[in-house]
Ligand binder design. Structure first.
Ligand code: NAD
Length: 254
């Protein structure tokens, strides 16, 4: 008996480092998954899973900044799988730039992807969840939404907003049985931190410094974040809503 048996989950950012692991893990626990990401067609693990288990995984490509894409994602989940029980708002964009150099366009883009899109997608999904008597929404925030880091003003503001969105949504949706929580990963070993360090000469040294910010002195593996999302998606977390949970190897403990 899988921990997500009978559940339908939407996972955004599904082709990214954490997203691919989340799709595979959720399906392994019995969920049917509507995966979505920027690319028109799926690739990697998600494409393999769709080929292997077409009844359990479907894919919608598109930019989450576009409201029509958000509608398409939710409509596809309802059409193909009959409704939605879980939303893992996992997509995200990171721009690392000093505060004084960040442009208005960069700020707008970060807020549109990391905050506006999860807000609007959650609205569409929560309406479907209410019809089914409840559900679980998980936002993938960041430790950058809890503490301040250099070059992360715009990213941190978007992720801090996303964490607060979880608390506020939880208060509005509790009576309808929709739980809303946010997870705040430390640095996770995906392409995101690699892109951040692309212009740094001493990459090994920079990764060592990044690792040293965590009490555990290492980056997270994607599965270590996904396992917490899985728990929040499942009925095991039935008494959890409005929580903002660091999954950060102790980074915010110091
Ligand atoms: N990797 C880290 O160190 C880290 C730390 C804390 C939080 N996070 C958060 O975890 C989540 C997953 O990130 P990841 O580590 O897998 O990185 P990733 O870059 O591998 O994945 C992010 C995914 O989001 C998708 N995306 C970005 N903009 C989009 C848009 N406009 N429309 C649709 N999809 C879009 C990308 O295509 C990508 O597949 C993100 O929200 C990220 O901010 C990551």
């Amino acid at each position: 008996m899988g921990r997500l048996n009978q559940k339908v989950a939407i996972i955004t950012g599904a082709l990214g480092g954490q997203g691919q692991v989340a799709v595979a893990r959720f399906v392994a626990e019995g969920a049917r998954v509507l995966a979505s990401d920027l690319a028109k067609k799926p690739h990697g693990e998600v494409a393999k899973l769709i080929a292997k288990r077409p009844a359990d995984v479907a894919y919608v490509g598109g930019d989450v900044r576009d409201g029509k894409v958000l509608e398409k994602i939710v409509k596809a989940a309802v059409r193909v799988f009959g409704g939605v029980d879980v939303l893992f708002n996992n997509h995200g964009l990171m721009v690392g730039k000093p505060f004084l150099e960040t442009t208005a366009e960069e700020l707008d883009e970060l807020l549109a992807v990391n905050l506006r899109a999860p807000f609007l997608l959650s609205q569409l999904v929560a309406r479907e969840m209410v019809k089914r008597g409840g559900g679980s929404i998980i936002h993938n925030s960041s430790v950058g939404g809890i503490v301040g880091f250099p070059t992360m003003a715009a990213y941190g503001a978007s992720k801090g907003g996303l964490a607060q969105l979880a608390r506020s949504m939880a208060t509005d949706l509790a009576a309808q049985g929709v739980r809303v929580n946010a997870i705040c990963p430390g640095v996770v070993d995906t392409d995101m931190p690699r892109r951040y360090l692309k212009d740094v000469e001493d990459k090994a040294g920079a990764f060592k410094q990044m690792a040293a910010m965590h009490l555990m002195n290492r980056l997270a593996e994607p599965i270590e974040i996904v396992n917490v999302a899985l728990f929040l998606a499942s009925d095991e977390a039935s008494y959890m809503t409005g929580a903002v949970i660091p999954v950060d190897g102790g980074l915010t403990a110091i």
